[in-house]
Ligand binder design. Structure first.
Ligand code: FES
Length: 730
């Protein structure tokens, strides 16, 4: 059933419940708005969208007016234009533009309509400065209440989009104004600096502090965020090769209008003066001197790319020749693109000839990959984020500080709780932020996760809440699990975990009865000695409840870095080729050998045969350096000094390594132990793809040039490979 109405003489059909504004927009008719935004609850306060309806005695706000059968609407008449001009002029009385916002934000929605309807203050009347400009100390959000028209879009954006409730309206009458919390600063009001209020402000009263006064962009480039695994898209605004602003892109498939403080405001590192801009080698390498192991590596000398790559290739080739390819370790980077990671694992396997290729996934989610592979044959999220948010009846978050580590997804979860009344259970030793939205917080002692999950499963079985059909048709080993679970009655589990028995019972009931239930977890349970068992236990829980293979359910690891999923997928791991084909599988080795065979000009194979044993992990590589078994390290975008828990030991290991090549964007803690420093590019300077936590592959597009002589990482790796192969061909 549709509703037929007439707008500006055109008969149109609309859905029942649609507003006149929505129906008009769908048919290409623009009605001016200020307080309305399609993402926010309409409040109908500014009256700019008023329309005339035949037979009605007064004009009506179209943003809150539902379509009615036979309705005849006029959106632009001389009287409406005059009324709109008056509305805008009334707003102008309290509006003062100090003129700081040049360029991008000069034309706001408000100034557009002011111009369009020719609104202006009467001659002789001047707008007054009523508030301090830049009145809030928030480092990212610029507040100028002189430009506020009290449309309350910021208030609604903070409540409905970010679910944070920082902004409100204080005072009354002419004194009414937007306030943060109880009229204090934004940060004191628990602002997360996500910038949603800026994104929805139609006047520039709220603006991006880092961008104010920077003028207009030459170009806008849509790309993918370099921070976490959520995989937000946004627009980089670029002026003279500098990023001057980041804005949301409403078409972004994962995040839409949402961004977090990191994505929106964490871009200044791209132009930081500490960036590496020229290749550097230690002086001893230029003088042909031998270096004593463990000695200070000496002064850095800037060199050209050819010199740096020649020295690197010669030293890696020498180590390979003297001690074999497994004396070289290669570290890839979850911050780099899929293409670069693919190339680096090819470099390790084909050019060097070793499976000693690994990256930080080993330290964060390798237990996830192992556990989920054992459970389901695949080490990744079983469901998408949107699917969980739209369909889950309940959620168990365990070991994930979601609003800090994956802020946009954390915000979406808050929204699902508020809008759909999803029952959220959080299991975490700490009272993390998301617990405010939980119906239950289980504060287990650190390291007791398996007992906790077994305890929940014990209760689910005891109460008969398990899915017998699913277990019968799609699982194996149930009898063994049942026997194990008998040992975990609430009293015992409470003793082990510190969680009160009645909370265990309540949690089991919520998670079992509000179906489907989605499990969401991260490094809070995977970076344990029992990480794999933790993941396996979560797999068991979901299979027990039949929550696998269903919308809104599943076992869902949130991957940490922006491309840690992709770096694993393309084979930057010691035990698998691209696509998780095991190096221990002779068939996979043979297939890859043929597909990736390198030949010299005479057609002879020059790549070594792939080994049948997995290589050394990131931790083993570093530790083996101390023993002299790993003599050379090629490190792309990784900082072992900061990723191993025993920094002092890593320092000794790196000191002992004979030759370290570090490809980085900044000097890091590791560069003190490097022999060659190769300046790489940030994500804003390169092409490629990132794969997010739900395995969505998204484009990364170059927006600015790299500083100095810095190069995209894939170009450096490819150049180094050519040099090494040329040496081997001799
Ligand atoms: Fe409809 Fe403001 S846009 S009343």
């Amino acid at each position: 059933m549709t509703v037929e109405l007439t707008i500006n003489g055109n008969k149109i059909r609309a859905q029942p419940g649609q507003t006149v504004l929505e129906a008009a927009a769908e048919n290409g008719i623009t009605i001016p708005t200020l307080c309305y935004h399609k993402d926010l609850t309409p409040v109908g306060s500014c009256r700019l969208c008023n329309v005339k309806v035949d037979g009605w005695g007064r004009d009506v706000a179209s943003c809150t007016l539902e379509v009615q059968e036979g309705m005849v609407v006029h959106t632009e008449t001389p009287a409406l234009a005059e009324a709109r001009r008056k509305v805008l002029e009334l707003l102008l009385y309290h509006y003062h533009d100090a003129g700081y916002a040049e360029g991008d934000r000069q034309e706001t929605e408000f100034s557009h309509w002011v111009k369009f309807y020719g609104a202006q203050l009467p001659a002789g009347v001047e707008s007054q400065v009523r508030y301090e400009v830049d009145s809030d100390p928030n480092p990212f959000v610029w507040v100028d209440l002189n430009k506020c028209i009290l449309c309350t879009r910021c208030v609604r954006a903070c409540a409905e989009i970010q679910c944070r409730f920082v902004w409100g309206v204080g005072e009354r009458g002419p004194e009414a104004k937007i306030i943060a919390g109880p009229d204090t600063t934004m940060l004191e009001s628990r602002c997360e600096s996500c910038g949603a209020c800026v994104a929805y402000c139609p006047t520039g009263a709220l603006d991006d502090k880092l961008s104010v006064g920077l003028g207009t962009a030459d170009k806008v480039v849509t790309t993918t965020c370099p921070y976490c695994g959520v995989g937000c898209n946004f627009d980089l605004h670029v002026q003279d090769q500098r990023i001057i602003r980041v804005t949301e892109n409403p078409e972004a498939p994962v995040n839409g209008m949402h961004l977090c403080v990191k994505g929106r405001y964490g871009y200044d590192f791209v132009h930081h003066s500490d960036r590496l801009t020229r290749p550097m080698v230690r002086e001893y390498l230029l003088q042909g001197e031998a270096k004593e192991r463990g000695a200070d590596r000496g002064a850095w000398v800037e060199v050209d790319w050819d010199t740096a790559l020649d020295i690197t290739a010669q030293n890696l080739a020498r180590i390979c020749h003297e001690s074999g390819p497994d004396a070289v370790g290669v570290l890839s980077s979850a911050k780099c693109t899929n293409e670069e990671n693919y190339l680096v694992q090819k470099f390790a396997r084909q050019v060097i000839g070793t499976h000693n290729i690994d990256h930080c996934a080993r330290l964060c989610h390798s237990s996830t990959v192992a556990g989920l592979s054992m459970c389901f044959g695949s080490g990744a999220m079983t469901n998408t984020m949107a699917d969980i948010l739209d369909k889950a009846g309940s959620m168990l978050i365990i070991g994930s500080n979601t609003t800090e580590q994956h802020p946009v997804f954390g915000t979406f979860i808050r929204g699902a709780v508020l809008e759909r009344d999803v029952k959220l259970v959080v299991a975490d030793p700490r009272a993390i932020d998301i617990t405010e939205f939980a119906v239950l917080h289980l504060q287990q002692k650190p390291g007791t996760d398996v007992a906790l999950i077994n305890g929940l499963m014990h209760l689910i079985l005891r109460e008969g809440w398990h899915d017998q059909d699913f277990i019968h048709e799609r699982t194996e080993g149930f009898a063994v699990l049942r026997e194990t679970l008998e040992k975990y009655p609430p009293g015992v589990v409470s003793e082990i975990t510190g969680v009160p028995a009645q909370d265990l019972v309540r949690a089991a009931e919520i998670l079992a009865l509000y179906k489907p239930m989605a499990v969401i977890f991260a490094m809070g349970i995977t970076q344990h000695t029992t990480g794999v068992l933790n993941v396996l236990s979560l797999g068991n829980l979901q299979m027990l409840l039949g929550n696998v293979g269903v919308e809104g359910g599943g076992v869902n690891p949130l991957r940490g870095q922006n491309n840690v999923q992709g770096a694993c997928d393309v084979g930057a791991l010691v035990n698998v080729f691209p696509g998780y084909q095991r190096v221990t599988d002779a068939h996979a080795r043979e297939k890859l050998q043929q597909a990736l065979a390198l030949q010299d000009p005479e057609g002879r194979a020059i790549a070594p045969l792939f080994g049948h044993e997995p290589g050394l992990t990131v931790v083993e590589m570093i530790h083996e350096a101390k023993k002299g078994h790993v003599r050379g390290l090629y490190i792309m975008g990784e900082n072992p000094m900061m990723t191993d828990p025993d920094v002092n030991y890593v320092r000794e290991c790196l000191k002992a390594a004979e030759f370290i090549v570090l490809q980085e964007i900044f000097p890091s803690e590791t560069s003190a132990y490097a022999d060659v420093l190769l300046p790489g590019a940030t994500w804003a300077e390169k092409s490629g793809t990132f794969t997010n936590t739900e395995r969505r592959v998204q484009l990364v597009r170059p927006a600015v040039d790299s500083p100095g002589e810095a190069r995209q990482d894939w170009i450096i790796t490819a150049s180094l490979a050519q040099k090494l192969l040329a040496l081997r061909g001799r």
